[in-house]
Ligand binder design. Sequence first.
Ligand SMILES: *Cc1c(COP(=O)(O)O)cnc(C)c1O
Length: 379
Amino acid sequence: MTFPPLRDELRGIEPYGAPQLPIDVVPVQLNVNENPYGPSAACIADIAASAAEAAATLNRYPDREFVALREALASYLTRDAVSRLAGARTSTTESSIAPEQVWAANGSNEVMLQLLQAFGGPGRTAVSFAPTYSMYPEYARDTNTRWVAGHRAEDFSLDLDAARDLVKTEQPSVILLPSPNNPTGTALPPEAVGVLCEAAGDEGIVVVDEAYGEFRRSGVPSALELLPSYRNLVVTRTMSKAFAGAGLRLGYLAAAPEICDAIRVVRLPYHLSAVTQAVALAALRHAPELLGKVDELRAERDALVDWLRAEAYDVADSDANFVLFGRFADRHAVWQGLLDRGVLIRETGPDGWLRVSVGTPDEMAAFRAALTDVDGERA
Ligand SMILES: *Cc1c(COP(=O)(O)O)cnc(C)c1O
């Protein structure tokens, strides 16, 4: 036995994570889909005051059920669903989300790990469709859940018949569907979610990971609208992306209350610190400001897609705050060439493709200039 006595299946595995380089070394960081716009001075002051209030109580454990935060998240989700639906429907009452339907943890990654802890495990199967988020197989591995990856079509959409067949054959207890998908940016049509919820039945939960949900193009619905129709549907969200709170570590989900209750069995006691709860509540009070740049980022994204296509790159349609483009005979050389010019993007996704996050207009100008410079490498 070699030391340390690690589980056999973890031996030799590198920890997940994009390279983190100091901002003074690489000034343009477009690699982890962060919102480039930080909080205003007023918002910072409110967050600091809330953290100070929480600090006064740090000798006590925090509210284990984070009731106030669940209420605030529920009302945010209800407002999001209603504002997106305004004009599209006459009645929006069915879009209201109750606090018992909300669960939160330290990032939606932790929420999804908890889902696998509760609903996966030995003798059970989790399914997704590649190319997709590279953390999913890790949650499966860490919870001893069998991992099965189906495949997406050439344009990264889901072949619904094949997906339904895979679910029928594998009978997964968890199906992970990012929408918009990372790293391709592709959103799922609501029909796909419905078909897979029906195929999974009561034996499986369908997790629609809407980490980038707020960036979807107008007319693209959220799976939140389908919650009243499918009790095995779980929609996860995060404050890390559109909400400009990657450093906060707060992710959450909306689902049937029975699903939230089931997660309470596997969560660690007091997993959300008093500071996290206070800061998340303060950030939610500033939701309009923190989300205020989303429309600008969406416009910047659409302009980036147009520019890349005009430059004759292949570009996946994107409903997120990043764009997958290619194709390169040697994508690593292009990635390195951009880095040498002070622009950090992400070498991820199918072979030959690269992913770039949408930043400020200045950052995008720097990206375009650097790519034009490096362009010689194109296949
Ligand atoms: C960024 C991202 C998340 C969010 O992770 P957090 O833990 O909430 O920061 C979830 N899913 C996907 C597909 C992502 O890209």
